[in-house]
Design a protein. Structure first.
Length: 201
C-alpha cells in the first residue's frame, strides 16, 4: 500500500560535444526505460532558424555573438521548461543537448537539481565522450547545415573543444568512440541498472 508520498522520478541530462552521439544514446536510454525523450534541436530548431535568419541572416548560425548572447539561452530555457513540465505531470524524462555551458555552471546545475527535487525527481547527468575522428565522422555523415562551420574550421573548432571543461557536478561517463571496447548497448544497460536501482526479485 502506498504511504501517500510521491514516487521519485528521474531527469536524465545527456550532454556532450557535437558529434559524440548524444541523441543516439538518449534514444537508447529512453527506449529501455520507456520514458519520453526531448532533443533540443527537435524542440527548438524551426523557431531558432527563423530567429537566426532575422537576426544574423544565417538560419544555421551557431557561432556568432548574436546567437551566443541573445538566442542560445532561449533554446535551453525552452528545453528545460518542457522537461520540468513532464516531471510535474508524473513522468521521468530524458533531455539531450550539448549543455556545455550548463553542466559546467554550478549555479545552473544546482538550480536544475532543485527544480527537479521539488517535482519529486532526481537529476542524473550523462557525459558522452568520443574521440575527435569519431566526432568528425558523425558530423560529416549527418550533413547538417548547423555543423558547416565546425567542419570547415575543424582546427579552430578543436581548439574550442580543448577549452571545454567536464561537468562540475557528479556525472556518468559514456564512451562512444567508434570501436570503443564497451558497446553503447552495454553502457546503456549499465546506466539503466543504475537508474532503476536494485531489483526486488
Amino acid at each position: 500500500m502506498s504511504d501517500g508520498s510521491p514516487e521519485r522520478r528521474t531527469l536524465v541530462l545527456v550532454a556532450g560535444r557535437a558529434g559524440t552521439g548524444k541523441t543516439e544514446f538518449a534514444k537508447l536510454i529512453a527506449r529501455e526505460l520507456r520514458w519520453p525523450v526531448l532533443d533540443k534541436d527537435t524542440l527548438t530548431r524551426p523557431l531558432l532558424e527563423s530567429l537566426n535568419g532575422l537576426r544574423t541572416g544565417n538560419p544555421h548560425d551557431r557561432e556568432s555573438s548574436v546567437y551566443l548572447q541573445e538566442l542560445r539561452h532561449l533554446e535551453y530555457e525552452s528545453l528545460m521548461d518542457a522537461a520540468l513540465e513532464i516531471l510535474e505531470n508524473g513522468s521521468s524524462v530524458v533531455a539531450t543537448a550539448p549543455f556545455l555551458r550548463e553542466v559546467t555552471s554550478s549555479e545552473w546545475i544546482e538550480d536544475i537539481r532543485f527544480e527537479a527535487d521539488v517535482r519529486s525527481a532526481d537529476c542524473v547527468v550523462v557525459w558522452i565522450e568520443s574521440d575527435v575522428e569519431s566526432m568528425r565522422s558523425r558530423l560529416t555523415s549527418r550533413n547538417a547545415a548547423r555543423d558547416s562551420w565546425k567542419l570547415e574550421h575543424w582546427a579552430d573548432y578543436l581548439k574550442q573543444l580543448e577549452q571545454t571543461p567536464e561537468p562540475v557536478t557528479p556525472f556518468v561517463t559514456v564512451e562512444n568512440s567508434i570501436g570503443a571496447p564497451i558497446s553503447l548497448a552495454a553502457q546503456t544497460q549499465e546506466l539503466v541498472r543504475r537508474i532503476a536501482g536494485p531489483s526486488d526479485g
